[in-house]
Ligand binder design. Structure first.
Ligand SMILES: CCCCCCCCCCCCC/C=C/C(=O)SCCNC(=O)CCNC(=O)[C@H](O)C(C)(C)COP(=O)(O)OP(=O)(O)OC[C@H]1O[C@@H](n2cnc3c(N)ncnc32)[C@H](O)[C@@H]1OP(=O)(O)O
Length: 332
């Protein structure tokens, strides 16, 4: 048996029986496997294992009624797919503040994977169904007073969420309709484009140092790739939460719009991005993000061990407990 290509996986149409192109060194009759595009330059990994699409959403199977919108919702995320435009919306609805719990992260990854595997979907808009909050970041209760096994499972889920969003083949747009600290900011930073509601009461940033914790290297890398080294360094050290107008000035978000225009503007920007041939845009995206993605992929277990030993320290537990206490007192 010949080894299969590292790109080969459940996203390939020939899975689980690898076709000739998926099998390295095979001499059998070649059957083109679109999951392994020959046009991907050496050293550039396809972002996800899904076959590249090019104008896919415009095609309707002949004889079938036009399926306009499909919705599925589990618990914490409402997903709506408009098959005519190829655009899905993932709306976070996990009260009170869309914190990224293990359950939320698991549902997020499953929902995104479902969309990736749906050939009708080419772009995803991430937004919130909770007024004034995009996401409050990682659920702090998942990092307090739990077992090391739990910390490992939780951190793997956080990594998985980032790898999926940052490495996603589809166009990802964050429609940030509320505050977005830490992990919430990371989700937005991992998208291709960020539109935020023009309200100075909403803020966004990686505020980890304010909790007495440290943003991991891949949070930092993602931030640097968006705003550059100097702004990232100052903002990260200060644990700054930038009000929307400041976030625009620093490049943390790409544009501000009035709240009532947010969804319309996100759809318009998405249409611009989807006007490009998918394969060219996807390969370009992969070229820009590969180094940063590879860094976590090749240090994933080490990163989990770092997280466990860091989070298990009594001093860190104390900081997190005090922070939660402060939040509870504030909320009344
Ligand atoms: C050698 C180097 C080693 C390095 C190794 C590194 C290892 C890795 C280290 C660990 C890295 C972890 C990275 C962490 C990332 C994160 O995302 S941490 C989370 C940060 N989030 C925040 O700071 C946000 C906190 N919340 C708020 O500021 C506000 O709640 C809000 C979002 C602005 C909303 O305000 P408001 O509408 O007024 O709601 P509140 O009343 O404040 O909250 C309502 C209830 O929700 C609870 N809550 C809020 N946020 C969280 C949260 N993130 N997790 C869990 N729970 C949260 C809040 O306590 C209230 O609860 P009740 O009082 O019970 O109602």
């Amino acid at each position: 048996m010949f080894p299969v290509s590292p790109n080969y996986g459940s996203g390939c149409p020939c899975f689980p029986t690898p076709c000739a192109q998926a099998v390295l060194g095979s001499t059998s009759t070649p059957v083109p496997c679109p999951a392994l595009p020959a046009c991907v330059p050496p050293g550039v990994l396809p972002l996800s294992r899904r076959p590249p699409a090019w104008g896919r959403a415009a095609r309707q199977p002949p004889g079938l009624p036009l399926a306009l919108a499909r919705a599925f919702s589990n618990n914490k995320i409402l997903v709506e797919l408009d098959e005519s435009s190829g655009v899905a919306t993932m709306k976070f609805k996990s009260p009170p503040v869309n914190s990224l719990s293990l359950d939320f992260l698991t549902e997020f990854c499953i929902s995104l994977e479902k969309l990736e595997n749906n050939r009708a979907c080419r772009g995803v808009i991430l937004t919130s169904a909770i007024p004034k909050i995009f996401s409050s970041g990682l659920d702090i209760t998942e990092m307090c007073g739990k077992s090391t096994e739990h910390y490992a499972e939780f951190w793997r889920a956080v990594q998985e969420m980032w790898l999926r969003v940052y490495g996603c083949n589809m166009v990802m747009i964050a429609a940030v309709n509320g505050s977005s600290p830490a992990g919430g900011c990371l989700i937005a930073l991992s998208c291709d484009y960020r539109i935020m509601v023009d309200n100075p009461k909403f803020s966004i940033g990686l505020n980890e140092t304010q909790l007495g914790i440290v943003a991991p290297f891949w949070f930092k890398d993602t931030f640097v790739n968006v705003v550059g080294q100097r702004i990232a360094e100052r903002s990260l050290q200060l644990g700054a939460l930038h009000p929307a107008p400041e976030a625009l000035k620093l490049g943390v978000v790409d544009e501000l719009v009035p709240e009532e225009k947010l969804q319309e503007r996100a759809a318009a920007v998405m249409a611009q991005w989807l006007a490009l041939p998918d394969h060219a845009r996807q390969i370009t995206k992969s070229m820009m993000r590969k180094t940063v993605l590879d860094r976590l992929i090749s240090h994933r277990e080490e990163d989990i061990q770092h997280f466990i030993s860091f989070t298990s320290k009594e001093s860190i537990q104390k900081s997190l407990r005090m922070y939660m206490e402060m939040l509870r007192k504030k909320s009344g």
